[in-house]
Design a binder for this molecule. Sequence first.
Ligand code: COI
Length: 330
Amino acid sequence: MKFIAFNVRDDERQYFETWIKENQIEVDLYTDEITPDNLDLVKGYDAVIALQPNEYPKEFFSKFAEFGGKVFSIRNVGVDNIDLEAAAQNNIPVTNVPAYSPNAIAEFSVTLLLQLLRNTEIFEKRMQANDYRWAPYVGKEIHDLTVGILGTGRIGQAAIQIYKGFGAKIVAFDPYHNPELEKEDIYVDSKEELYAKADVISLHMPATKQDEHMIDQDAIALMKDGVYIINTARGSLIDTKALLAALKSGKIAGAGLDTYEYENPIFNHDLRGQKIEDELFNELVSLDNVLVTPHVAFYTQTAVKNMVTVALDSAKSVIETGSAATLVKK
Ligand code: COI
């Protein structure tokens, strides 16, 4: 059994090395991501262990199958950049890591909201300018707000637990009801109902074609004036132009964004000293009521360890038993 891992970061290496020692399986580590130009590298390997923001190359699965590859295991949860149909046609099982740390993302989403509600960035800027005044930036308390959770999977549930600790009122929408949450009577019947009730809207759903630009001009019009939006899920869920217009008009009081629809050329790249050509992004980050972070909500020690370990375990399991608990269904 022999694996190849792509896009391996320094902070992941210790977990790869521990797993390799414990399992006595060869895993070759590459820092590059999978591109159309390096597909031949996968020849001779049983499993490819990957994590990349960009789309996997179109011909990846046919090439890997042609070389006798057995399983494709990603070290993250989202499968929106994978051609699952091509994987199925080429009989390559795909595994992901569905629960590497729901708390990592939930905690970060709450962090963004706290910073927005208490204007921390504004005070930070003032401090740097020797300006220690308070007004007019009176904060708001989560305790007094109704928080709307869109998506009640593992991350949404973790966020709900945290917000309950703050004493917030919670409303949630998901087409699939979680039986435990059902008992708490927090589900509303539609996104529209949630938009009408929530002071804060926090997104915790996967990116699907159907939900692309779910938060658009029409959705925003249904929201309360002065609503806050938090997105640690996927950039494509929000029509950024519509969001920007609503932030400027004051309809939306603030946005905490750890994802952005055109993030791939920007996030996790060192662009110091370079001009970012994306004007929409530049405008967004220039606003005082917007916090943008570079897709780091997941990025904790617990999450990184689980991402590496579970991906490797899953690949091994598919090869040894033909299946894994983390198999992705098309
Ligand atoms: C995911 O797990 O899908 C994330 O968004 C995290 C990121 C490393 C891709």
